[in-house]
Design a protein around this ligand. Structure first.
Ligand SMILES: [Zn+2]
Length: 849
């Protein structure tokens, strides 16, 4: 749907819907170009709502007829829905509409993917299926009858009856329409079973296209592990007789938590050692857990309105990160989460798209499925837990489930359970939900007569719509080390509430070395002036794994900064200090692999910009290359040793132990490639029997410019596997030299198998271009131009995916005048497209404002 003038919706305008829905009966008669949807809905006046017109959402629907209590009515139709005069008491509403799933390329509502019918209703897709009050605070039980000739027909809840050409489902749990789902197609299932903690048997299935059955076993085990974990850690039990997961090739997001019928992007559920990397396995495990956990945090307790999105997403991301920490290594997970937060959320919060964890207005809610709502939302939960302690957190969560089960709740409800369970006043803490921007925390130290004083100052820079900021509550985890490296004060959480605040540690025998913000205890930028010597000391001695990693990262950042701004050479003292960690066989290989990665080039650009220096992507790239070459040369004898030590000889398993070894081995291989031009990588590529080893080797060969034969062999081997070919497309653009990134991306778009309407394939090429920092920012503007062209093209078919990808331009004001002008011109070109979608229009408008 195109709006001439998109409406802005405000949190402060919330009004309850004038009616309650007792139950919904849907009959869906499937046909690719003319599906009929018959709805029978019992409405009754909502005593808690002000008087209002009876308005139902509905978009792109052909109304066949409508009736109230059996009498035909003629509602007033608008592009957004319908209005109708209705009785003052309860009534039965009936409509029949026609829709065309085969023509739905937006992948919202009911659509087709490879001959299979499926739905995506979050956030506002149900209104493309039938007329309905499509808002999360309207919750109802659903009974669904599916008619059609596909062998498998699925919906939410439990199956109740079926016959030749039809099947019926009933979901006894009241739910908002965004959790509705329907799937029908020629599918096969990988079955499983689970016995819940109260002894209930649950049937489990992963449904896939024939041929993909062999890629479901890992997902099934991850599902069972998630169900067990949620019982053990949160006391949450599954509540239906059946739990279905379906893999779909064309999907805008990762996966969707529809009640009892989770729909997954096939890339987020299908896995095998030959076709999936260790990182894919870990991601699949996390996403299956995430969607399953939503059954309680999202479905049983849902959001009152879309401004409360973080209520379900922040909490569920936090829960899935706890799960991964328990399944794998908590320290490695924490570092990985912070890398991700800094790469995706910090730029968002420091640019034109900055918004609070709970936004206060939007035009298109699809544009707010952001790193701020999800990842910063999860950080806020982590801080809350750190402040109240584990026991009080558990008590508050029990109260939350007890008090709000069946509710459409708000952030105020969420915080109130913490206040009631702990007696704390969370008024100031609530700012984390309303104030945007990343706080900067600076610190000064003082030592005299055995007393060590840390004085912190916090300041949050202005963000769009929020020029003045108030101080946040910051949990600052601190530990102190003696000059000999022993810890004298173990991790202590300091609670900072003022703009400036001091904390004292007494009875010390010598001036300690402070380890500050352990575990990244608050999502802030820590501005701390410490000597390189002290950072090397923390790198060697800190007992906190995160801060050990951070000390090294800081040294690397400082080194790259000096290389870019002063033409300095690589910091060999850092390289030597790092070597001690890399060599330490007692340390987790996954941790050592993380230590080997340099800060991203985008992170460097952000750091330069923050210090008032205009970042030059080419200079940053050159410095990173020089530094990595220096690391390789300095460790020329260590690298082959490490490669041998990390070799896995056991049968492949994606577990933390084996994948950590492979991660370290592959990080070493990329350095080794700088010395041998790809000889070791070619050998690994030829011998690889799993995707992790094969793909890493291919990546090294591409960066060495020695990839032609391997690329052809890879394509020959995997041309029929769409998910593996997505990797092939992506890697060529992501791993290539900057000057070839845009030309390569363009050449790939000319291939017949560049199916750009498939979001995975589109992102494989265009998303990778944006990730090749210096390539995307090519001085001649070729990267910007190519991406803008494709975003304009995609907008006509799939506005949601196009809009999300617009965020690659979010840092545009950070660069030099030439690049800024080029990016601005492309953004303006997108904005000028006739019939631009509401989604993209809002994004480009915010970027240019
Ligand atoms: Zn979610």
């Amino acid at each position: 749907m195109k709006d001439a003038s998109p409406q802005t919706i405000y949190l402060s305008d919330y009004t309850p819907f004038g009616w309650q829905v007792a139950d919904v009966h849907l009959t869906v008669k499937l046909a690719p170009k003319a599906t009929r949807v018959v709805s029978r809905i019992h409405f009754q006046p909502n005593p808690n709502a002000p008087a209002q017109d009876f308005f139902l959402h509905g978009e792109e629907l052909k109304l066949i007829h409508a009736a109230i209590d059996g009498t035909e009515v003629t509602p007033e139709l608008t592009p957004q829905g319908l209005r109708c005069d209705v009785p003052s008491g309860p009534f039965l509403w009936e409509t029949e509409v026609e829709i065309a799933p085969a023509e739905n390329t937006a992948l919202e509502g009911l659509y087709m993917s490879n001959g299979m019918y499926c739905t995506q209703c979050e956030a506002e897709g149900f209104r493309k299926i039938t007329y309905y009050p499509d808002r999360p605070d309207v919750m109802a039980t659903f009974t669904v009858r599916i008619e059609g000739d596909t062998p498998v027909k699925l919906s939410n809840g439990n199956p109740t009856d079926s016959g030749e050409g039809w099947a019926e489902w009933h979901d006894p749990w009241p739910k908002p329409a965004y959790l509705f789902a329907l799937v029908a197609g020629d599918l096969v299932n990988h079955p499983g079973a689970f016995t819940t903690m109260s002894g209930k048997e649950v049937e489990l299935n992963i449904w896939v296209r024939p041929g993909d059955e062999g890629k479901c076993a890992f997902g099934m085990e991850a599902l069972k592990a998630s169900m067990t974990w949620d019982e053990e850690v949160y006391g949450r039990e599954y509540d239906l007789d059946i739990f279905n997961i379906v893999a779909v090739d064309d999907f805008n997001m990762g996966a969707m938590e529809n009640k009892g019928l989770n729909i997954f992007n096939s890339s987020c559920v299908l896995a095998s050692p030959e076709t999936s990397t260790d990182a894919n396995f870990e991601r699949i495990e996390a996403i299956i857990a995430h969607e399953y956990f939503h059954n309680w945090t999202g479905n049983r307790i849902t959001c009152r309105d879309w401004f409360q999105l973080c209520l379900k997403e922040g909490l569920t991301v936090y829960r899935d990160s706890q799960f991964t920490s328990d399944m794998r290594s908590a320290e490695v997970k924490r570092i990985s989460d912070v890398i991700d937060l800094r790469a995706r959320q910090f730029p968002e919060d420091q640019g034109p798209l900055s918004h609070p964890v709970r936004p206060e207005s939007f035009q298109e809610i699809n544009n707010f499925y952001t790193a701020t709502v999800y990842e910063k939302g999860a950080e806020v939960i982590g801080m809350l837990k750190r402040l109240v302690g584990d026991e009080a957190y558990a008590k508050a969560l029990d109260l939350y489930f007890e008090r709000h089960d069946g509710d459409a709740a708000t952030i105020e409800d969420w915080l109130r359970v913490f206040e009631d369970a702990t007696g704390r006043d969370l008024t100031q803490f609530q700012r984390w939900y309303s104030q945007s921007g990343t706080p900067h925390l600076s610190v000064s130290e003082d030592y005299a007569d055995g007393t060590f004083t840390l004085t912190f100052k916090q300041e949050t820079p202005p963000t769009p719509g929020q020029p003045d900021k108030a101080p946040q509550v910051l949990p600052i985890a601190v530990g102190l080390l003696n000059p000999n490296g022993d810890e004298v004060v173990p991790t202590t959480v300091l609670e900072m509430t003022d703009a400036e605040q001091s904390f004292r540690f007494e009875g010390l025998s010598a001036k300690p070395v402070a380890s500050i913000l352990r575990g990244f205890s608050a999502p802030v930028v820590l501005d701390r002036e410490t000597s390189a010597e002290e950072k090397r000391f923390l790198l060697a001695h800190d007992t906190d794994a995160f801060n050990r990693w951070e000390a090294s990262r800081d040294l690397a950042r400082g080194c790259l900064f000096d290389m870019v701004t002063e033409g300095a050479g690589p910091d060999t003292a850092w390289i030597d200090a790092l070597e001690q960690v890399i060599r330490d066989g007692d340390l987790d290989p996954a941790f050592r692999a993380l230590m080997l990665a340099l800060p991203t080039q985008s992170e460097l650009a952000q750091m330069l910009h923050a210090k008032g220096i205009t970042p030059d992507p080419d200079a940053i790239h050159a410095a990173a290359e020089t530094l990595r070459n220096a690391m390789a040369e300095r460790w020329s004898s260590l690298l082959p040793e490490l490669m041998a030590a990390t070799r896995v000889t056991d049968r492949y398993s994606p577990d933390a132990k084996q994948s950590g070894k492979r991660a370290l081995g592959n990080a070493v291989l990329s350095l080794q490639t700088r010395l041998d031009g790809g000889k070791a990588a070619q050998a690994q590529f030829d011998a690889a029997d799993n995707m992790t080893m094969q793909l890493s080797a291919l990546s090294c060969l591409i960066s060495a410019g020695a990839e032609d034969a391997a690329l052809a062999a890879f394509e020959q081997q995997w041309k029929d596997d769409r998910l593996v070919m997505d990797k092939w497309f992506a890697l060529q653009v992501a791993a290539t030299k900057p000057e070839t990134a845009a030309p390569r991306a363009e050449a790939l778009t000319k291939r017949p198998d560049f199916d750009w309407k498939n979001p995975n394939r589109f992102r494989a090429v265009m998303g990778s271009l944006a990730m090749n920092h210096a390539g995307f920012h090519a001085k001649d503007g070729s990267g910007y131009r190519l991406l803008a062209e494709w975003l304009i093209k995609l907008d006509g078919k799939n506005p949601q995916t196009a809009a999300r990808m617009c965020s690659v331009f979010q840092t545009w004001t950070r660069y030099d005048a030439g690049r800024q002008a080029l990016m601005k011109a492309e953004l303006e070109r997108i904005a000028a497209k006739p019939d631009l979608s509401r989604d993209v229009s809002e994004m480009v408008g915010r970027l240019l404002s």
